[in-house]
Write a protein that binds this ligand. Structure first.
Ligand SMILES: Nc1nc2c(c(=O)[nH]1)N[C@H]1C(S)=C(S)[C@@H](COP(=O)(O)O)O[C@H]1N2
Ligand SMILES: [Mo]
Length: 243
């Protein structure tokens, strides 16, 4: 079943469509790549009754395909990407819900990537129908550029919530404090595109103008690093950073 939630003529406030889908992110991550490009394994941790490693996290879950738009906080959007994987909500009900201490509950989840990138989301936002654990894009296994082996896809949130090279899911009873990757303001707790929640403590429309000139040089930086990585195959995994 193909779910179609891309809106052909409307983009959220301040966004502009681009025809391609660049490898992108915060500058400190441009030269970091996953150690394991194949295994779809996830480590569950945090306020759960048992921290488990799930060697093939998508196994036993209904596969779905979804067409959705992708919105980077720097104002570029790529329309109608066809992702394949499983719904995060299905994953949650199979693997996390039985491990939640009913006396504590879980309200926040921190997702982490093999490159050291981390991002928090409200559990209630992650349970939305269009949030996926994706391992394919346009019918092919995810490329390293776009998050191999597994990534989150949360179309209603800015791209910085859609963690690539996903390897860890931490469940927390309360709001986690994360060390910021670059500037603390860049880190909005929810990051909903419809509300232009680009950043914390600054109006979204103001940041449109700050971010726009950075798109071109940053996309070039990420493309250059990917080309170098393809030649040398070196891997640098990261430290504790967050968005
Ligand atoms: N692990 C990891 N996930 C990440 C990032 C990153 O640097 N590392 N960058 C985020 C940002 S800011 C964006 S816009 C998207 C870009 O996804 P893409 O490279 O597939 O276009 O990935 C997000 N997820
Ligand atoms: Mo982004």
């Amino acid at each position: 079943m193909l779910y179609q939630n891309a809106k052909p003529s409307l983009l959220p406030p301040g966004q502009k469509a681009r025809p391609d889908f660049p490898r992108f992110g915060l500058a400190p991550y441009a030269r970091r790549f996953p150690r394991d490009e194949k295994a779809r394994s996830l480590q569950l941790s945090g306020d759960v009754l048992d921290a488990v490693a799930l060697p093939s996290a998508l196994e036993g879950l209904a596969r779905v395909e979804q067409v959705s738009d992708f919105h980077c906080v720097t104002t570029w959007s790529r329309r109608a990407l066809r992702w394949g994987g499983v719904r995060f909500s299905d994953f949650y009900h199979l693997h996390i819900a039985p491990r939640v201490d009913p006396a504590l509950g879980v309200t926040w989840v921190v997702l982490s990537g093999q490159d050291g990138y981390r991002s928090r989301m409200l559990l209630s936002d992650l349970l939305a129908f269009d949030v996926l654990l994706a391992d394919t894009l346009d019918g092919l296994p995810l490329s390293v550029d776009h998050g191999a082996p597994l990534r989150l896809v949360a179309p209603a949130h800015y791209g910085y919530k859609s963690v690539k090279h996903l390897c860890g899911v931490e469940c927390w009873h309360g709001e986690p404090r994360l060390a910021p990757s670059v500037f603390a303001f860049m880190n909005h707790p929810r990051g909903r595109v419809a509300h232009e929640e680009r950043a914390h403590g600054l109006p979204g429309w103001l940041l449109r103008h700050v971010y726009r000139p950075l798109i071109k040089p940053n996309a070039a930086r990420f493309a250059k690093a990917a080309a170098e990585h393809a030649n040398t195959g070196t891997v640098t995994t990261g430290g504790p950073h967050a968005n």
